[in-house]
Ligand binder design. Sequence first.
Ligand code: PRX
Length: 649
Amino acid sequence: MTEAQDRSDWVKRPAAAIEQTGCTLEQYQALYARSIEDSEAFWAGQAERIDWMTPPTRIADWSFDPVAIKWFEDGVLNICHNAVDRHVASGRGDQIALIFEPDDPEGEVRRITYAELQAEVVRMANTLKAMGVQKGDRVTIYMPMVPEGAFAMLACARIGAVHSVIFGGFSPEAIAGRVDDCRSDWIVTADEGLRGGKRIPLKANVDAALEKVSAKAVLVLRHTGGQVAMADGRDHWYHELSADVAVECPCEPMRAEDPLFILYTSGSTGKPKGVLHTTGGYAVWTETTFRYVFDYREGEVFWCTADIGWVTGHSYIVYGPLLNGASAVMFEGVPNHPDHDRFWQVCEKHKVNIFYTAPTAIRALMREGTAHVAKHDLSALRLLGSVGEPINPEAWRWYHENVGKSELPIVDTWWQTETGGVMITTLPGAHDMKPGSAGRPFFGICPQLVDNDGEVLDGATEGNLCITRSWPGQARTVYGDHDRFVQTYFSTYKGKYFTGDGCRRDEDGYYWITGRVDDVINVSGHRMGTAEVESALVLHPKVSEAAVVGFPHDIKGQGIYCYVTLNADEAEGEELTAELRTHVRTEIGPIATPDHLHFTPALPKTRSGKIMRRILRKIAENDYGALGDTSTLADPGVVESLIEGRRNR
Ligand code: PRX
């Protein structure tokens, strides 16, 4: 039986979703066809939902060889006006824009209307201006998950500054690298963050970073009230500096291709890249994807559990929901504090209609059993989503049965920092679902699978996932290094955007992402370059060489496995293991903490000195049968001792 005939593992889209949705299968097919065949007219139509100061007449102008991407080029707009002011102007000022749920379940919930959001964003914008921030300046935002983080992003957009948000879990080293890379003179932070009852020393981390790089001013939000040092002339309390700023701040007219934000993400080589998104295309893309993928309806409460430090938070906590005038939950805490029912308690409390989370969270909660879910009234839920990594069918089914009561559709959305928004997904009313498959391409998206030589593979097949046409939300460049952008994404397969992911397409045209095919690993949905962890390890004075690979991990999806060769005379042991783990946390941040450190006198290398990562991956996976040809190794004996070392762990 072919896969197409065997529909036993399909999950039908529920009748309710079909009735309610704005997009049935027939509509999807018609819209998709139009988005490809008459792409410019299609996107000009989608762009009409945005308020333009000057509407665009030039819709798309792009090439992948040479690489130059422009959308809505002659349009002028302000994305903050679109996300905030226009809702107030159209009489929806009293509607809730953001619902803040604090880390402590007993803490104060904040419900911020669009009118209040406008006032807050203006206050933040004028405060940034008072510090000296000007159009085009880069502003680093290193904030906890509190509304002021979103205010800061929107305030930058309002005055034409370019925000660069850094996840609150990154180390001073990582902050310094990013501040330096985009030459950001301004930093917005808080005294401390709070996650799962633990305090995160945000301001102290910024201070440590600023011992290595300089900034003109630091704006500090008082959040926990913890003690922090304030440098005279450089550091300003937000509540003080904002006390007497003006209550009006016009939205700066921005050209569609003016930069909106930089977001650093890991690749297979070198330092993290500052992926640059521009204004008009990103606005149209996040507005459209949010509307269709989540089938958003007025008055609904949407909750994306990501952090604003990642692209998911940018596109689906801040820009996508607010551009659609939605009410978005912003959650400061973690899924398992104070107990494993925290997500479901928040869903019940705020009557969440659409819930969007990551497979790693689902797997962790699944392990705790169903009672935590069962004790909450989740009847407001209408749609579930997943993002960040492949979701294993077991976790999909648990999510569907327990959270979705076997009724709710799940959108498994595949996309990347570089794509700005969702690229492959089922649409709730249009497609039946297959657990583990992201589904079908979104409007305007042309996926293509190619083999390692770049030959195009047709039909049901597996290969490297490329995208052959541009879409409005595509990243335009790597900040300050366009060559790196071209090299990373467009040189492996000339004329195509290469995603770095492997993928299978089945006979129904559904896409199944199989994971990264480059040296990037996905740890709890966070992208990590193995080269970054290796660089951190070799910075340690006792380490001579390191090779890092991913291995399958029950909860995290992938874990971090480090092979480490010490300098002569250094002795391995538990103490050094702990020291190296701490060292990597300090260099990068807790998300990069190694799961395994495997000390070895040597690494398997070819005669020309290249580390054989394929072999290291297999050994980390405990898969010794398929090591392939080891005859080209300079010293084949190394493999035997590595296997023995792995078996003994
Ligand atoms: O490998 C894919 C995986 O996450 C990578 C992108 O990571 P990042 O830029 O951090 O963005 C994450 C959130 C959009 C991809 O190359 N990935 C993301 N979503 C999925 C996924 N893999 C499988 N299924 C998904 N739904």
